[in-house]
Structures are given as C-alpha cells and as structure tokens.
Design a binder for this molecule. Structure first.
Ligand code: WT7
Length: 645
C-alpha cells in the first residue's frame, strides 16, 4: 500500500476551532470510560427537556436492546424551532435554492415556527395522532422539512420516501408502515425536468385502504388527479389553520421516524429511530464534525429522502439553531459550476456532499470551479462511500484551495449520526480515511471467528457499545433487526462493512462485505434488483453483483438466465432496465446485463456470488476454488461472454 499523503490541520483553522486534539482525546476517553456522565452532560447542553430522565442508558447488545434517557419527555420540533425564537426569530433557518438559479427563498425561525405549527394543526384536523405513520414523498422544497417537523410536533412518525423511487417502491413502503397519510407535491423539479410525484403517489395508494389523507403541495401547477375525500391542497388547508399548536411531549424512546434502507436479503427494512437519543447525536456531531460556529452558513447536498438529509439538513442543524441550505436541483444544472455559484451567492461556509458528485465534477475539469470565488468556504465534507485519494486531493486543492479541511464521515442509516470522522481542528487528515471515532463510539475489527482484532489490521467493522442514535428496531419485525445487526457477532452491532485500521488507529472503510451495493452513494440490495429482474417472463434466474465504476463508485452488473427458448437482445436489455426502474427506481437500473447460459452454483443450489463478482471485476486469476460447483463449465462460458471488457 502506498504511503498516504498526510494533511495536518491548517494553522488558520486550528486558531478558530471548537475542538483541539487534547480536548478531543480527553472527551473521547471520558465518553468511553464513563459514558453515562458524558452523555448526561451533553444531553443538558444540547437539548431542552420537558421532564428529566431516570436512566441515561440501558442497553444489552446480546439481546440487541438499547434505550437512552428513559423516563424523560421532550419534543423534537420544539428543540429544532420554538426554543430558538427568543434569540433567533429573525435569523434564517432555511435557505432554499431552487432548481433554477434565479429561484431562492429565506425562511426565518419565526416563519418556520408558524409553518410547522399550522401544518401540525392541519394533520391533527385530518385525524393524524401521536404514533400514526405519515409517508412524505417530496421534492427538495421547504415544505418537506415543514412536514417532517410537523409530524415530530404532534408525535406522528414520519417515513420519508426518496422522490426518485417508483410508485411500486412507494407502495411497498406505505404498506409496510401502515401509513394513514401521505404528503407529496404535484411535481418535483430537478435539473430542468419534472417528476410526477402526485401521479406516482396516486398509483402507489391504489388499493391501500389505510391512507385516509393525502396532502399535496403545489410546486409547479402541473397536472394531477384528485380524489375528493382523501386529497387536500396544502395551501388551502394551511390558509385557515391556526399557528398555535402545542407540541406533543413524547417519551425519549418514542419513535421519531422510520426510514427504509436496503439490506442483503428481502425487502427494504424500516429502520426505527427514537426521539431524544437520535436528536442528541445528530446535534452533537453536526456541531463538532462541521466545527459549526454561530452564524455559519451550512450546506449539505443530500436529499431529505436519505438519512443524511434527515440528520444533516434538518434535525442536526436546526437543533443547533443553524442556517441550513436546501437545494432542489443537481450539481450539473444549468452547468457544472452550479454548486460553487450557490456557495458564492449564499456565502456558504461549510459544504457536505458525496464522493460520486465530486468524481463527476472532477471529470468536468477545473474551470467551472476556478471561475468562482469560494472565498467563504471553511470546511468540506464527504459521505456515503469510500472516497478515492485522487478525488479527495482534487476536492482539497481545487475546490478548497488547500485551505479547508475535509471531513470524510462514515456512518449508516442505522447509526443515525456520524460515527467515524475527523474533528477538523483536532485530527490530521489522510485522504481516503474516515480517521477516528466520534465521542462514545467504540469501533472494533472482528475476525471470522468473532474475536476482536488488535493493532494495525483489517477485519469486519463492528461497534462494541451503544450510542444514543442507534437503530432501535426494524418497523414491524423486531427480530429482523436482531438477526441482521446483533447476530453475526454476539454482543456487538455488526455494520456490514469491512475496514482497515492503520498504525495511527485511523479507520479506512473498504466497503460492504455483504450483498449490498453502493451505487452513487445509494444503498441497494442485490436481492431487490434480482426480484425485479425475475418478474420478466423471459428470465428464469438473476444474480446481481457490483463492479468498480469510475463515477458511481459501484455499477450494477446483472447476470440473467433466460427461460428455455428465449434469446437475449438489445430490446430485452431495455425491457429489463425499464422493469427495474418501474419496480425500484432509476438509481437501481443495471449498468450491464449479461445473458448467462447458467449461473455457477454449489451442489446444494446456492449461487456462488464470489465467483460472479470476480468475473465482473475481471479478476480471473483469483477465482478461487471452483471444484465444488455443480457444473464448473459454467464459469468458462461466463468468462468468455463477460461484459465490462
Ligand atoms: C453505507 C451506509 C449515512 C451515510 C449515507 C449512506 C457506506 C457511508 C462512508 C464513508 C466509506 C461509507 C458504508 C455504509 N459509507 N459513508 N465515509 N466511507 N463508506 O447511508 O445508505 O445507510 O449506507 O454507506 O458502506 O455501510 P446508507
């Protein structure tokens, strides 16, 4: 392995940081040696409580059980909005930047308070109660944040579904959640194109009888269908709603939201996050990882449909009374300079995005970057997948002009908040490494027998002790949570990732060790894509693996075998890609479809994905033992017809 290029904390950054190395070391040690006192102090510092807790933490990973701040009550919306009013009523809470560069809007904390209160009353008027599930299927407009906060205000559990998911995928999630209400928009707009969200939502809701209310925000005025009793226009409902809506004081462990994410088997799981612990971790990490100072303008480019949008567009920043920028569009529209123009226009100080976006922009050259000022930028961040050192260095030198530290943040939907990342004023950076754990996080590397590994080595990444924002359950299937995360290594949370730890204790995440793909920072289960492919009448069997892709990180390589008498064709490739788009969404569309005469299987009939991954990667010398295959000849045929040459 070549020696990494170490970037020490820039002196100017060090001079103003919230957290130097000594403080990090001291607080980290306290957070591990005496977690309850550490977290009790942070809970008082970061959140306002209605009533105090009986116990700080109560957990047992052998049973997969965790609870934080039991006995306490609070309200998440109150913490993100109301309590800031005495000091920040006129401060901008949300800067909205529309798809077109001439569209933007500033929403103050006072306005946010009025909007969420009215929205809370609208939901209550429609009979939505504490504990009810509300699905939010929205574009990146302020109303998406209002909807989330309004649910939190009345104690309803939101489940945001990414606006890029298909009606089928939306339907599965509405059904699984047993949602009583859906909040959507007439259309979304991204990169100059519209997305028919309400029409999609109508398709999804067809045949579901739990949904009694659908609230639609008018974004474009585009065509919609209307269903008398069920459908309500947001602007009409809000017009007559009162702006007084007492927050529902919920238990610390009451669910705040569920968010669906893909695993190695079956349908996506509804990851359940609860109120107090989630908000505390989101707020604390937002402050220290982004070295957030009063008055900073902070921009996370994620979509609210993903956990990154939940924790680092909405909950973390607003809990800290920050100004958070919400961008409706895409980094390359109208041109490749857009992000940096937005940075200059709104004087952004902190910018947080995904490696796939950085690689795509890097591919378009320096000029779109260098023609902008970016003088306000202080800090850059990445999330979602490993960043290759080349992209890291480009981001550092060209975008940040070697002045801005980069925080590479490793975490997951299930962890709720950042787990491993450099505190930028404390930790020297190595491109490609997420570096060191956050307060209270104990990452360990495991060997295949379930023993912890010591020192500089590689292994499967697990977490040894509970943290406030950890997953509490899989909605409707608690056992599935235990099986997925708490069974591989008894007494540990298993992440599904592999990692290396170097001689400085820095972690280098190497990627998933299960059948989960990471395509452009989006997590996809191979099983889901396979289920979609075999719906096609010409396909008898499918096996999906990832392969290295220059921009997306991973691409989707699908091996499909045909029903007897059927033949592969360009037309069939198109049908299969359309089918996956219809069942899941465009993000899951296979890049390569290989018509396979047969798939390599063990004698007991299990598909050997290890071999399929090697063939897709063109690593033919390391196929491993193929002698246990039912029909070893299949492998030669696949190699001969391999795509991705
Ligand atoms: C998976 C989680 C919560 C972040 C957004 C994605 C991969 C995430 C990094 C990183 C290397 C990363 C992991 C993880 N991942 N961040 N900084 N370096 N890999 O959330 O959809 O739940 O996916 O994304 O493989 O397990 P997610």
């Amino acid at each position: 392995m070549s020696k990494p290029n170490i970037h020490p904390v820039p002196e100017a950054f060090k001079a103003q940081t919230l957290m130097d190395r000594d403080t990090y070391d001291r607080l980290y040690a306290q957070s591990i040696n005496d977690p309850d006192s550490f977290w009790a102090d942070r809970a008082n510092e970061f959140l306002d409580w209605k009533t105090p807790w009986d116990t700080v933490s109560d957990w047992d990973f052998k049973e997969g059980r965790a609870a934080w701040f039991k006995g306490a009550t609070l309200n998440v919306c109150y913490n993100c909005v109301d309590r800031h009013l005495p000091e920040r009523a006129n401060q901008t809470a949300i800067i909205w930047e529309g798809d077109e560069p001439d569209q933007d809007k500033h929403i103050s904390y006072q306005e946010l308070f009025e909007e969420v209160s009215k929205f809370g009353n609208v939901l209550k008027d429609r009979g939505v109660k504490k504990g009810d599930r509300v699905v939010i299927y929205m574009p990146m407009i302020p109303e998406a944040a209002y909807a989330m906060l309004a649910c939190a205000r009345i104690g309803a559990i939101h489940s945001v579904v990414f606006g890029g998911f298909s009606p089928e995928a939306l339907k599965d999630r509405i059904n699984d959640a047993g949602a009583c209400a859906v909040i959507t928009a007439d259309e979304g707009v991204r990169g100059g194109k519209t997305v028919p969200l309400k029409i999609n939502a109508d398709k999804a809701m067809t045949g579901i009888d739990t949904v009694h209310t659908c609230i639609t925000v008018k974004r474009t005025g585009g065509d919609v269908n209307w269903h008398g009793d069920r459908d309500v226009w947001y602007h009409e409902a809000i017009a007559s709603a009162s702006a007084e809506c007492e927050p529902e004081w919920v238990e610390a462990e009451d669910a705040l939201f569920t968010l669906y994410t893909s695993g190695s088997t079956g349908k996506p799981k509804g990851v359940v996050h609860t109120s107090a612990g989630y908000l505390l971790s989101a707020a604390l990490t937002h402050k220290y990882v982004f070295d957030y100072h009063e008055g900073d303008i902070y921009w996370c480019t994620a979509d609210v449909g993903w956990i990154t949008g939940h924790s680092y567009i909405v909950y973390g920043p607003l809990a800290n009374g920050a100004t958070t920028l919400m961008f409706e569009g895409v980094p390359t529209y109208p041109d490749a300079s857009r992000c940096w123009q937005v940075v200059d226009k709104h004087k952004v100080n902190i910018f947080y995005t995904a490696p796939t976006a950085i690689r795509a922009l890097m591919g378009l050259g320096n000029e779109p970057v260098t023609k902008t000022s970016r003088a306000t930028l202080k800090l850059l961040g990445t999330v979602g997948e490993p960043i290759n050192p080349e992209a890291w260095e480009w981001y550092y030198k060209v975008v940040g002009e070697s002045r801005c530290p980069i925080v590479d943040t490793w975490w997951q939907t299930e962890t709720g908040a950042i787990m491993i990342a450099p505190l930028p004023g404390a930790v020297d950076l190595k491109p490609g490494s997420a570096t060191l754990p956050m307060f209270g996080i104990e990452p360990v590397l495991m060997d295949p027998d379930g023993n912890e590994l010591e020192g500089a080595t590689s292994g499967n990444l697990a977490i040894k002790s509970s943290w406030p924002s950890q997953i509490r359950s899989v909605y409707g299937d608690h056992q599935r949570m235990i099986d997925t995360y708490f069974s591989a290594y008894k007494g540990y949370y298993f992440t599904g990732d592999g990692a290396r730890r170097d001689e400085d204790g820095y972690f280098w995440i190497t990627g998933r060790v299960d059948d989960v793909l990471n395509v452009s920072g989006h997590r996809l289960g191979t099983a889901e894509i396979e289920s979609a492919l075999v719906l096609h009448p010409s396909i008898s069997e499918a096996a999906v693996v990832g392969y290295q892709h220059d921009v997306k990180g991973q691409g989707v390589y699908a091996y499909v075998s045909l029903m007897a008498g059927k033949e592969g064709s360009d037309e069939l490739v198109k049908e299969l890609r359309d089918l996956v788009t219809q069942e899941i969404g465009p993000i899951a569309k296979p890049d390569l479809i290989h018509f396979a005469p047969g798939l390599p299987k063990t004698r007991s009939g299990k598909i050997m994905r290890r071999i399929l991954r090697k063939i897709a990667a063109n690593e033919l010398d390391s196929l491993g033992d193929t002698s246990t295959l039912a029909d070893p000849g299949v492998v030669d045929q696949l190699i001969e017809t391999r795509l991705n040459k």
